[in-house]
Ligand binder design. Structure first.
Ligand SMILES: Nc1ncnc2c1ncn2[C@@H]1O[C@H](COP(=O)(O)OP(=O)(O)O)[C@@H](O)[C@H]1O
Ligand SMILES: [Mg+2]
Length: 304
């Protein structure tokens, strides 16, 4: 079985610290001269394998996505990702975009950000001055339709972290503004569960403890409405709402999902080297993907 390569980041590589986000990370130049972000996963958190597997899934779906490799820096385990931003450009994160466009939008609240509604994100992406992701060559013609694919990915992997710093626009002087490729998928695939719980859920006869029940609890960082009592939507509900707002996008990404097989799911997890994942974590993630694939395919037609 061929496993994913592990990039060795040179000891003297740390050049520029990345301020945003929650983990230890820095930018460096790899041997081919590309600007890359090294992001250290919290030890034992499963963040690194989850990021890598989510990247393989995004690739198979045909989504514009950040590429991730497993990587080591001075013995620390992490991932390395080439910059999504062309020379001279910058990312404008969702909170910055929305605080410019929505009166009273609070860019600093990260969770419980009820102002972060899917309708607002879609409205941003429908603006005529927002272009398709750089390098997009698929048939969809609108960034909002492509964002529905990000929501499908979130529903498939159980990504709980689509908050307003985990989507962005790319601004490049002279080239205008476009939707950024999708990035930061490490909070997914049950990576933070203990093996004991995984084994229990995989084997239980108690419906309440099952993997099916577990995956239904995954919540997006997106809200259906900004009413004060609202909770964020489930990842599947966010995708369904995306389908109702951008039906052609929904149909396209559902057809892509229909091409993924359980054999591929097993393969993507088996390719994680043993030093980076346990067997129960692999088995649990494959079961999540199987169940979520069916849930998302079944959600077809549920949107009004
Ligand atoms: N491949 C990339 N290209 C450009 N910027 C990136 C890339 N990956 C991450 N970033 C930037 O770094 C920030 C933090 O990275 P992220 O993967 O979201 O880490 P965290 O898990 O700590 O939130 C992102 O919000 C984004 O601004
Ligand atoms: Mg992030």
């Amino acid at each position: 079985m061929e496993t994913y390569p592990v990039i060795e980041v040179p000891d003297d590589a740390s050049t520029q610290l990345e301020q945003l986000g929650t983990k230890g990370k820095f930018w460096y130049e790899d041997e081919t001269g590309r600007r890359c972000l090294f992001k250290e996963g919290r030890p034992g958190s499963g963040e690194n394998w989850a990021e890598k597997v989510a990247c393989e899934i995004a690739k198979a779906l045909g989504l514009p996505h950040a590429h991730y490799d497993l990587a080591c820096y001075r013995g620390r385990m992490g991932v390395s990702s080439p910059s999504l931003v062309p020379e001279g450009g910058r990312l404008i994160l969702g909170n910055e975009v929305l605080s410019k466009q929505v009166d009273g939008y609070d860019p600093d609240s990260r969770y419980q950000a009820r102002q972060h509604t899917l309708r607002r994100v879609i409205a941003v992406l429908r603006a005529p001055d927002v272009a398709l992701p750089i390098d997009w060559t698929g048939p969809l013609k609108s960034p909002a339709e492509i964002f529905v694919g990000y929501l499908l990915l979130d529903a498939l992997i159980g990504n709980q972290d689509r908050h307003h710093e985990n989507w962005a626009l790319v601004s490049v002087p002279g080239m205008g503004i476009s939707l950024s490729a999708t990035f930061d998928h490490a909070s997914s695939l049950g990576r933070n569960e203990t093996d004991e719980k995984r084994i229990e859920r995989l084997n239980t006869r108690d419906q309440g403890r099952s993997v099916a029940r577990y995956v239904a609890r995954a919540r997006s960082g997106l809200y259906a409405s900004n009413r004060s009592d609202a909770k964020p939507m489930s990842t599947v509900a966010a995708f369904e709402m995306g389908c109702s707002l951008q039906p052609a996008g929904g149909e396209y990404w559902l057809a892509r999902l229909g091409t993924l097989t359980v054999e591929q799911f097993s393969h993507w997890l088996a390719a994680v080297p043993d030093a980076w994942i346990s067997q129960p974590a692999r088995d649990f993630a494959v079961e999540m993907l199987k169940i979520n694939r069916q849930r998302v395919l079944d959600s077809r037609g549920n949107h009004p």
